[in-house]
Design a protein around this ligand. Structure first.
Ligand code: DAT
Ligand code: MG
Length: 150
C-alpha cells in the first residue's frame, strides 16, 4: 500500500457553479480516502502563501484575487499515487488542453477559472496540507477497503 497525499480544493468557481459534489464524487468513487474537508473563505495572506511559487508572474495578482473571491472547499485525499492520479483526473492547467473526461476538460473553459487545484508533488502536498489544515487530518478505514486495496 503506497500512501501519497494530495491536497485538492474546489476553487471559488467550483462552489459558485454547484460542482462541489461532482468533483468530490470523482475522487470518492475512485477509492481515495478523504482525510480532511472544509468550506472556507480564503484570506489574502493564505492565497498569497498558497501560490507563492507564482509570485512575480503577471497573472499572480489576479490569481490571488480569484482564490479569495468566495469560499472554496479544501480537501485532502490519500491513496496510492494520488498526486499523479489526481493531477490526471483534474486535467491540464489550460482547459483547452485538458482531456475530455477530466474535471477541467469537462467543466472549464479558461485558465483563470479552472475549478480545482491539486498539489503537483508529495512534497508540495505536505506543505499545502500544513498550510490549509493546521488542525490535522482524520484517520479512518473504509469497510470497502479490501475490495479496493489489494
Ligand atoms: P495548476 O493549477 O495546474 O497546478 P500552475 O501551478 O501552473 O497550474 O498555475 C496555478 C494557477 O495559476 C493555474 O491553475 C491557473 C493560473 N495560471 C497558470 N498559468 C497561467 C497563465 N499563463 N495565465 C493565467 N493564469 C495562469
Ligand atoms: Mg500548480
Amino acid at each position: 500500500l503506497l500512501l501519497d497525499l494530495e491536497k485538492a480544493y474546489d476553487k471559488p468557481d467550483g462552489v459558485q457553479r454547484g460542482l462541489i459534489a461532482e468533483i468530490i464524487s470523482r475522487f470518492e468513487k475512485k477509492g481515495f480516502y478523504l482525510r480532511g474537508m472544509k468550506l472556507m473563505d480564503v484570506k489574502k495572506a493564505l492565497g498569497e502563501q498558497h501560490y507563492a511559487e507564482h509570485e512575480g508572474k503577471p497573472f499572480f495578482p489576479g490569481l490571488v484575487k480569484y482564490i479569495c473571491s468566495g469560499p472554496v472547499v479544501a480537501m485532502v485525499w490519500e491513496g496510492p499515487n494520488v498526486v499523479a492520479s489526481g493531477r490526471q483526473m483534474i486535467g491540464a492547467t489550460k482547459p483547452h488542453e485538458s482531456a475530455a473526461g477530466t474535471i477541467r476538460g469537462d467543466y472549464a473553459l479558461t485558465v483563470g477559472r479552472n475549478l480545482i487545484h491539486g498539489s503537483d508533488a508529495v512534497e508540495s502536498a505536505k506543505k499545502e496540507i500544513a498550510l490549509w489544515f493546521p488542525e490535522g487530518l482524520s484517520q479512518w478505514k473504509s469497510c470497502q477497503h479490501p475490495w479496493i486495496y489489494e
